[in-house]
Design a protein around this ligand. Structure first.
Ligand code: SIN
Length: 522
């Protein structure tokens, strides 16, 4: 148990160390989730440079998905707290906007350095509240940090244009300006990277922010904000409020109806994204919506089968299958279907299910009971409609995976388009194999969805590669590769996977507006 420092007004006993002493596996390595810097465990909102409770002092529990144990309480904020955050962000906007870009960049660089310095603590906190295995948490911290570094560098490059003189003596310029206050709303599957890749471009552009992390994973985001405070982000520039699932709609609505909030950046479900878009219509806010995916992974008969199996495993089982970009439907061409399926099954049998406290764990617990129930529903529905269950298909509970939310890596063959898992993201460690005959059929099936975030295919024929890459309806196409995410490339979808791009040289413009300035000669 760690007794937190009371200097910020709250003393809370948080059992940060789990140890899981009851586990017996003798070849396993136990790792501790204790933090070096206890003050990174923040359990208050951060508004106008102050850590404080929700206005009504309400709070809710944060749980460890590995055990279901509730281990911390954070503010259950209301619309009034959201409003306070907007007041602070609005007040801070002009000074931050006119802070020279190089100074904003320097603060972001310091923030990046602090994230890297405290990456082990951030990873432990993340594994504790989100459940992902430690290697993945460590990788996510560095992935998120890379966005902060990238946008620190982009802050000084938000160039406009000078238009060649059209009328003698008349000067025409195009400048990019920060949009104003930005509302940032983020999901639980990547508690650090998703918020980092919104906060960094917003702050780099000169915007101020009001943020709400996911209900299940507030602590990583609060720790990140603590480091931003340490890096010198001025009071009011970055504000964060937490809330339970039940309180979130009222809180977010306050931002949506507030004309001072000029942009919303959201990662989450398509359903909520549409609500935000509708709600924002009255004040015509700028929107970035990174919404649901239903990624196809197509293996053509000329593919390197071993590489395709490995690419699928990397892509599918990252975060136990809880990513928007992970393959949801796997299409394998007739000639290689059976060999692919056998090799994949053999590879999946090697995967170890367990908590983050075990070094060896590759598949962690799912985030909560609702998530496991959805996976169960999809598997049951598929089997009832004729899918063959080749592997897994049930929860796992044993001495190592000793909690309610573990699900076995699951392989289903004979999947068809009438199954739930064809139309909806399963968001769990389930691979359904669909069979197809021709290239055209494979492409048609891959595109047969209203979503269009990521898509993947494996092939070696150059003509096929170029044809299929052009035809796939997705914002991201991975060819002969399963890991595509990086701060240097644009991340985002088409169709009902949303709009707007995160990362890359384009990412900062999402937080800027264009002004044309025409200067006459007199
Ligand atoms: C997501 O699943 O929402 C994002 C994953 C990534 O950035 O790779």
């Amino acid at each position: 148990m760690t007794r937190l420092n009371a200097k910020d007004g709250l003393v809370l006993t948080v059992p940060v160390v789990t140890g899981h002493q009851d586990f017996t596996g003798d070849t396993m390595t136990l790792i501790s989730l204790a933090l070096q810097r206890a003050d990174l465990v923040r359990t208050q909102n951060f508004i106008a440079g102050q850590w404080r409770d929700a206005g009504l002092s309400a709070s809710y529990n944060v749980s460890d998905p590995a055990t279901g144990e509730q281990f911390a309480r954070v503010p259950d904020s209301t619309a009034a707290d959201a409003h306070d955050a907007t007041d602070a962000a609005q007040n801070a906007f002009e000074p931050w906007r006119f802070t020279p870009a190089r100074e904003r960049a320097a603060i972001l660089k310091r923030w990046h350095a602090l994230i890297v310095e405290h990456s082990e603590d951030l990873a432990r906190l993340m594994s504790r509240e989100q459940g992902k295995p430690m290697p993945e948490s460590r990788a996510e911290v560095l992935y998120g940090a890379a966005y902060v570094e990238w946008f620190a560098e982009e802050a000084v490059r938000t160039y406009g244009d000078i238009i060649p003189e059209q009328v003698r003596g008349r000067k025409m310029m195009v400048v990019l300006e920060p949009v104003g206050v930005v509302a940032v709303i983020t999901p639980w599957n990547f508690p650090l990277a998703m918020i980092a890749r919104k906060l960094a471009p917003a702050l780099a552009a000169g915007c101020t922010v009001v943020a709400k992390p996911a209900e299940d994973t507030p602590l990583t985001a609060l720790a990140l904000v603590r480091l931003a405070e340490n890096a010198g982000v001025p009071a009011g520039v970055l504000n964060i409020v937490t809330s339970s699932r039940a309180a979130a709609p009222a809180l977010v609505n306050d931002w949506i109806i507030d004309p001072r909030v000029r942009k919303v950046s959201f990662t989450g479900s398509t359903e909520v994204g549409k609500l935000l878009a509708r709600g924002s219509a009255d004040t015509l806010k700028k929107l970035s919506l990174e919404l649901g995916g239903n990624a196809p992974f197509v293996v053509f008969d000329d593919a390197d089968v071993d590489a395709a199996v490995e690419g699928l495993v990397i892509s599918k089982f990252r975060n136990s299958g809880q990513t928007c970009v992970c393959p949801n439907r796997v299409y394998v061409q007739d000639a290689i279907h059976d060999v692919f399926s056998e090799k994949l099954a053999a590879r999946m049998k090697t995967m170890r299910v367990g908590p983050a406290t075990r070094d060896e764990s590759q598949i962690g617990p799912l985030i909560n009971e609702r998530a496991v129930e959805k996976v169960e529903r999809h598997v049951k529905d598929a089997v009832s409609k004729g899918a063959a269950l080749l592997l897994g298909g049930t929860r796992v509970r044993n001495d190592v995976a000793n909690g309610p939310f573990y699900f076995a890596p699951t392989l289903l063959a004979n999947a068809t388009a009438d199954m739930m898992l064809f139309g909806e993201e399963t968001f769990g460690p389930v691979v359904p194999l669909f069979r197809f005959a021709t290239e055209a059929e494979g492409v048609r099936a891959a595109n047969d969805t209203q979503f269009g975030l990521a898509s993947y295919f494996y092939a070696r024929d150059v003509g096929r590669i170029s044809r299929v890459a052009e035809l796939l309806q997705a914002g991201i196409v991975g060819i002969n590769v399963g890991a595509v995410s990086t701060e240097v490339a644009p991340f985002g979808g088409v169709k009902e996977s949303g709009y707007g791009r995160e990362g890359s040289r384009r990412g900062i413009e999402e937080y800027m507006q264009t002004k044309y300035v025409c200067l006459g000669s007199s």
